[in-house]
Design a protein around this ligand. Structure first.
Ligand SMILES: Cc1cc2nc3c(=O)[nH]c(=O)nc-3n(C[C@H](O)[C@H](O)[C@H](O)COP(=O)(O)OP(=O)(O)OC[C@H]3O[C@@H](n4cnc5c(N)ncnc54)[C@H](O)[C@@H]3O)c2cc1C
Length: 322
């Protein structure tokens, strides 16, 4: 919201009760805290982060991304930290909101946007007898990192998304770990994996899956050199210092390619230098050479991420400060 208001040249102040940006990603630091959806989806469309280290970014990475966004988009000077909103009153005559903070200060504005999230206040359950429990009690959203769980008997109440992330992390440390659940959740495997960088600005001539058994490699190489030149031209004309294939484009291309290769003679069960021990053909092009020429005829910038992608649009003239 702040980024959009700034771009629109509308003065604003963000009142934040915490001491830094991040919201739930600032507060939830429990072991194993991470995104439950792929991080490329959990990124602003205007700030695609190309350097997530794994498919499902961890809490520190997401926090770093949000810090980065707040700085890059010049939000910090608009944020008042330690400003917990306690009440807000609208005066219809003056058409003004008066927002009262926990420290008694008041802030006036014409419009008010509530962006307090749905999960910023942990719900501590109240069990009969909890007050008599003499052990340590804390909520996963306020994890006590100073408390050493090694050798302890630990009870985890609940099997929500957070428990599913931290239970496997703490189980090896605890002497015993009991998980209490009222109703069983659905659990699916999480296909997490580290990302390997695709080495930006690197082109491989006669690289993987460009070998042929039926036609001229020269024809393939000429397709590649033209493609590389197109990429270099694109970088030069767009002021990009680097470009890199989007991981999802890389994955889709490979899935399609491997799907075609599965129907070929190289995959019929013989060992050969074309096929890895795992049975993946990393060498050969499965189709016609003119098909390769067609696919490489134009450099498609949509399949790439570059450092010129997320330029901040010029601000609308007029004050943007609160
Ligand atoms: C552990 C965890 C994991 C999650 N994982 C995912 C996921 O994988 N994918 C997904 O899509 N979503 C996930 N979510 C949901 C997550 O809440 C949202 O994705 C996202 O954080 C919502 O952003 P927000 O800015 O609306 O709220 P928040 O991140 O909650 O930010 C609200 C901000 O408002 C501040 N605030 C609250 N009340 C006041 C007040 N009275 N005065 C001043 N400031 C106040 C808070 O301090 C906080 O900084 C997860 C949530 C949690 C808790």
């Amino acid at each position: 919201m702040g980024i959009k208001l700034r771009r629109a040249g509308i003065p604003f102040t963000i009142l934040e009760k915490g001491d830094r940006v991040g919201g739930v990603w600032r507060d939830n630091t429990y072991p194993g805290a991470a995104c439950d959806i792929p991080s490329h989806l959990y990124s602003y469309s205007f700030e695609p982060s190309h350097d997530w280290s794994r498919k499902y970014g961890s809490q520190p990475e997401i926090q770093a991304y949000l810090d980065h966004c707040a700085h890059k988009y010049v939000l910090m000077q608009h944020i008042r930290f330690g400003a917990a909103v306690q009440r807000a009153d609208f005066d219809p005559t003056a058409a003004t909101w008066t927002v009262t903070l926990a420290d008694g200060n008041e802030v006036c504005s014409s419009f008010l946007v509530a962006a307090t999230g749905q999960l910023s206040l942990p719900a501590d359950p109240s069990f009969p007898g909890l007050d008599r429990f003499e052990g340590k009690v804390f909520h996963s959203a306020r994890w006590d990192h100073d408390y050493d769980l090694r050798g302890k008997r630990v009870a985890v109440i609940g099997t929500g998304a957070s428990a599913i992330q931290f239970v496997p992390q703490i189980a090896p440390r605890a002497a015993q770990l009991h998980v209490f659940q009222r109703s069983a959740p659905y659990v699916l495997p999480k296909p997490d994996r580290p990302y390997t960088r695709l080495v930006p600005n690197l082109f491989l001539l006669y690289g993987p899956n460009t070998n042929l058994g039926h036609n001229s490699i020269i024809y393939m190489l000429e397709s590649q050199t033209d493609y590389v030149l197109e990429a270099l031209r694109h970088a030069a004309t767009h002021g990009a210092r680097w470009l890199d294939v989007r991981p999802e484009a890389h994955r889709e291309f490979n899935e399609e390619l491997q799907g075609q290769l599965r129907k070929t003679v190289w995959q019929a069960g013989c060992d050969s230098w074309y096929v890895t021990e795992a049975g993946k053909n990393t060498n050969n092009w499965p189709s016609f050479t003119f098909d390769y020429r067609r696919q490489t005829r134009f450099f498609d910038p949509v399949q790439y991420v570059t450092d010129a992608d997320s330029q901040i649009e010029p601000l609308v003239a007029g004050g943007t400060e609160p």
